[in-house]
Design a protein around this ligand. Sequence first.
Ligand code: AMP
Length: 404
Amino acid sequence: MKQILVLNSGSSSIKYELFDMDSAGPLESGLVERIGEDESCLKQSFPASTSTPPSRSIDVSVPDHQQGMELIRRALSENASFAGGRHLVGIGHRAVHGGETYSGPTLIDDRVIETMKQLVPLAPLHHPANLIGMEVARSAFPDVPQVAVFDTAFHQTLPAFAYRYAVPQDWYRRFGLRRYGFHGTSHAYVAKQVARHLKRPLADVNTIVFHLGNGASATAIRGGVSVDTSMGLTPLEGLVMGTRCGDLDPAILIQMGKQSGMSLDQMDEVLNKQSGLKGLCGANDMREVLAKESAGDEAAALAVEIFVYRIKKYLGAYHAVLGRLDAVAFTAGIGEHSHEIRARSCSDLESLGIAIDAARNTSVEPPICEIQTSESRVKVVVVSTDEEFEIAEQTLACVQNAGN
Ligand code: AMP
């Protein structure tokens, strides 16, 4: 039996999921949240097949990540399937930014930690928390190989003409300003699932994946290889998101700086946290936005229109990038659950060979389901993403490669 533990460390939380890699199934998942606050808490979930109740929540004091990791280690050791860690062959860490240094899963050692520290300026909010997670996990499980799986790695295959911005070369050379792309683990996972579902080799399938969650991105994938993606230097670029603006004329920042007197930090906050759907209509949760639209709210109706229009523009652009398109895939909260958004994003695209069947679209069965009409040349597929499992698979592959 081989088990992999997946960790996702944020500034005040650590999420974990333990997988049995032989059955490809989860054994336990959970999170420690509000680390460093007065009322921290450990939440655990178990598969329905076990004798344990499906979930439980314990209020505890967790002053720092070290204690949070210790709590997770103790919680796992109470799980009989964990068997005292005897089957644990690796720990996979979700890492937000690998810069140009990391294009695949990487075995963590002191040198990797040092290199990752140098990448902090590229993701100043997330990277320090990722690093703390790695350091505390290495001290809690000193004998278990640990692997960093970077959200940007899948997009390191982008050609220079797709990743460079048309700004002075010096900005790229000195400051690393280029498109990196994010959500790579999800895009990679979904592309593989689509090829498997279509019973075709990954190398033969061209897919556009729309990861539509609170954060949203699109990726053009040729034969399993990312060739363009909508997020850029940061996750702010591209599609309209829950609270992020997506594509913007950069002069807006200059204009607003001059006219409103807002500082750069204030503008950063507005564009990341007060824009997107929230900025347009006051709600960032798509369910709420759609409900407002149904109730006649004009701002919500416009927000949805802008959201789907941006998706459609990327769909057209990436169709042109790929030339031959085999599949369009929708994933994440909105992509998996909102038939309205899928239908509206793909409306009037018959000339591109894309047409959704209304009945199939409203009766989607997870984890993967085709929703195109019988005339549609392109498959339209709804896929349940599983970033944690993808991290676990990449971690296992990396640990096994290192052992050979
Ligand atoms: P995620 O970041 O993948 O968890 O996705 C969160 C987004 O999914 C939120 O905007 C939710 O409103 C949206 N979402 C979840 N379920 C639905 C649904 N049934 N219809 C529309 N949006 C949904």
